[in-house]
Design a binder for this molecule. Structure first.
Ligand code: HEM
Ligand SMILES: Nc1c(Br)cnc2ccccc12
Length: 290
């Protein structure tokens, strides 16, 4: 299967910056969601989950077709809680009906990362809505209970290497786990809505204890009330991953640079863009003085 992005002839950078700004203003205004964490983390997770269904071996799934809009995909147990992100974006789709669902879900993640003071994520438009029968099957997203070998093998399907995987996992600096969504709980108190390299510093500096949580799942907890999933903790159990954890804990610029590249690659998995497609680097509200 070839997913050829469409050439968008009648929309300019200004039009896409307008969509970016509409999402960013809504994000700034609706700050009370999830105990004043806001919608940034769940929008980030929605962009990742709508892209993470890609299978490089047969080029099915991925962000191209916007199939998260169909219940078969949004009801995937792996997607529990993401309806909050989709409902947040629904009015944006009404305001800009010319934007495809695939472009909408991925752009939502770009806005979230940038407005939460993360790196600029270069982004290209042109994803095309596919019919419901092209929705990939459930079960293509990762489980949280396994170790490094599982994580490494899982991300091969998305064509992502060790360095890209560690950089991307840094997004777990944002938001929190919710017992009713995934059977994991915490962190308590300090759930963050600012994009930093804290995840790597926490991994290295906290004193982690493996405990069974209320949903009978094992997770790593620290005396300060932080938590890590088994797949998070796997990054300091494996020498190759550990090297990148240390790199990003000590070099925030390198983390930002590598995260931006890996997140763009994740959001574009399986898509062929025409030469003429521009790559947009959007301004944040702050940098526009808005
Ligand atoms: C081995 C791979 C991964 C696993 C097993 C995993 C698992 C999870 C789980 C269990 C949660 C809690 C969801 C909830 O209970 O509401 C979560 C949250 C989150 N994940 Fe991941 N994740 C992985 C990779 C990623 C990647 C690659 C990104 C983005 C680049 C990401 C971004 C997020 C964000 C932002 C949240 C917070 C959502 C919120 O606060 O509502 N994750 N993840
Ligand atoms: N804040 C988080 C930390 Br701290 C560690 N792991 C996570 C995994 C998923 C969502 C949030 C977190």
């Amino acid at each position: 299967i070839v997913h050829m992005a469409q050439e968008i002839k009648d929309k300019s950078e200004k039009d896409y910056q307008e969509v970016y700004n509409a999402i960013a203003v809504k994000l700034r205004e609706e700050d009370e969601f999830d105990g004043y964490i806001g919608y940034g983390p769940v929008l980030t997770r929605l962009a990742w989950h709508s892209s993470g269904t890609w299978d490089k071996n047969n080029n099915t799934g991925g962000s191209f077709g916007g199939t998260y809009q169909f219940q078969k995909e949004s009801n995937d147990p792996s997607n529990k809680g993401l309806h909050n992100g989709a409902e947040f974006l629904a009015p944006i789709h009404k305001q800009f009906p010319w934007l495809s669902h695939g472009d909408l879900y991925t752009l939502g993640g770009v806005v979230a990362i940038q407005e939460l003071q993360g790196p600029v994520i270069p982004w290209r438009p042109g994803r095309v809505d596919l019919p419901e029968d092209m929705t990939p099957d459930n079960g293509r997203l990762p489980d949280a209970v396994y170790g490094a070998d599982y994580v490494r093998n899982f991300f091969k399907r998305l064509d992502l290497n060790d360095q890209e995987v560690v950089a991307l996992m840094g997004a777990h600096c944002l938001g929190r786990t919710h017992l009713q969504n995934t059977g994991f709980d915490g962190p308590w108190g300090a759930a963050s809505n600012t994009f930093t390299n804290e995840f790597f510093l926490n991994l290295l500096n906290e004193n982690w204890k493996l405990e069974k949580n209320e949903a009978k799942n094992m997770q790593w907890n620290s005396p300060k009330g932080y938590m890590m999933l088994p797949t998070d903790h796997a990054l300091i159990e494996d020498d190759k991953y550990m090297a990148y954890v240390k790199l990003y804990a000590t070099n925030n610029d390198k983390f930002f640079e590598d995260f931006a590249k890996a997140f763009k690659k994740l959001l574009e998995g399986g898509i062929t863009f025409p030469q003429s497609t521009p790559t947009y680097r959007f301004e944040t509200l702050d940098s526009q003085g808005l």
